[in-house]
Design a protein around this ligand. Structure first.
Ligand SMILES: CC(C)(COP(=O)(O)OP(=O)(O)OC[C@H]1O[C@@H](n2cnc3c(N)ncnc32)[C@H](O)[C@@H]1OP(=O)(O)O)[C@@H](O)C(=O)NCCC(=O)NCCS
Length: 210
């Protein structure tokens, strides 16, 4: 059973990362496939994400999941807030009965270098290029996955990544926390991002207020 990582964040919030080594049949035994996903690997990733929800909370009502106009999946009665991400052979999920959440997992690759000016504010670019320049690609990847996690936590779309999702300087290492702020019109919400970078992956998550 390739559970790659699991953390009980607190009494009401749990995180899991699954390394996908099973075929579809394994997941379909306990997960309903409600969406038409033609690409086989994307379908497998999707199923693994849904599987993790119930793995983390056995009473998670998978069959009740609906998809918002923004494409965010949600439970209409909000018994749980949840967020899902996948990359390659990994799926990650964060589930909470009390707080809004966001999670993102990415492979560390140089692809982020090309888009760094799109998703980072000039102050963040300055931080990235002066702080540990030897680790530019992992740091850029982490900031990208952090902003994707913040985007999912917000869940309402319509977000300018470089202006609305802001990350303050922090000491970058293999795991840790970073201070961030969501700032949109009159809304200003400070957030603490947690991250881990195991085996060429970047995993970032945020647990908001209830
Ligand atoms: C939605 C988005 C965050 C998904 O990220 P991704 O890296 O492509 O894919 P991930 O595997 O990490 O996440 C996919 C999961 O996110 C969830 N998701 C999709 N849309 C979502 C949304 N609007 N809010 C929250 N979660 C969402 C779903 O659970 C989905 O998996 P599933 O369909 O199997 O259930 C991304 O596609 C996106 O739209 N980003 C914002 C685009 C943008 O404005 N970029 C500006 C950059 S400068």
């Amino acid at each position: 059973m390739p559970l790659f990582y699991q953390q009980d964040i607190n009494e009401t919030t749990r995180l899991g990362v699954w390394k996908i080594e099973e075929g579809e049949d394994f997941f379909l035994r306990s997960v309903p496939l409600k969406q038409d996903i033609t690409h086989p690997h994307k379908r497998l990733q999707h199923l693994a994400g849904r599987y993790l929800l119930r793995f983390l909370f056995p009473d998670f009502p998978n069959e009740e999941i609906e998809i918002a106009d923004t494409r965010k999946p949600f439970l209409p009665y909000e018994q749980y807030h949840f967020s899902i991400s996948h990359c390659g052979n990994y799926a990650a999920a964060l589930v909470s009965s009390t707080a809004r959440v966001g999670i993102d997992i990415e492979n560390v690759t140089p692809r982020v270098e090309r888009i760094q000016h799109k998703f980072l504010h000039p102050e963040e670019l300055l931080f990235v290029h002066t702080h540990q320049p030897d680790h530019l690609i992992p740091l850029l990847t982490l900031l990208w996955s952090t902003k994707e996690a913040m985007f999912k936590w917000w869940g309402r779309g319509d977000v300018d990544f470089s202006e609305v999702l802001r990350i303050n300087p922090f000491q970058f290492s293999n795991e840790g926390i970073m201070p961030a702020i969501f700032t949109k019109e009159e809304i200003q919400i400070p957030l603490t991002i947690h991250y881990q970078m195991p085996e060429g992956l970047s995993l970032a998550w945020v647990v908001g207020e209830g």
